[in-house]
Design a protein around this ligand. Structure first.
Ligand code: ZN
Length: 120
């Protein structure tokens, strides 16, 4: 339901662009978490105070959780964008991305009024 609502409200091309921007923002988040983990592990030492060791462990754990979530979100957004992007071409006239949502699953071409199933 979510992509149909968004596409119906702002149009496919803007929705697609926003998916790519948000997806890459999540990818950058994942990358920054990997850098944070590497930096903390580089600095990690078992000779210092226990509080510092626990704080470093907490940073590694939090960065790991956020990084995994960010990667899964990136993967989900890009997969959906690619799947709908493949189906966004009108099969009758070949126009790309110019359609209106007529239901939660169906799209209608703005050029030739052909309808097809966009979302399963
Ligand atoms: Zn068409």
């Amino acid at each position: 339901m979510e992509p149909a609502d968004s596409i119906g409200r702002i149009g496919f091309r803007k929705w697609y662009e926003r998916q790519l921007i948000e997806g890459h923002a999540w990818f950058i988040t994942c990358f920054l978490c990997m850098i944070a983990i590497a930096a903390v592990l580089e600095e990690l030492s078992f000779r210092g105070p226990l509080a510092r060791l626990l704080a470093y462990g907490a940073v590694v754990f939090a960065s790991g959780v956020v990084g995994i979530y960010a990667f899964l979100r990136y993967q989900r957004l890009m997969t959906m964008a690619e799947r709908l992007g493949d189906l966004a071409t009108c099969t009758q006239c070949g126009t790309y991305g110019r359609f209106a949502m007529v239901s939660a699953h169906a799209a209608r071409c703005r050029k030739c009024a052909h309808e097809w199933r966009l979302i399963d």
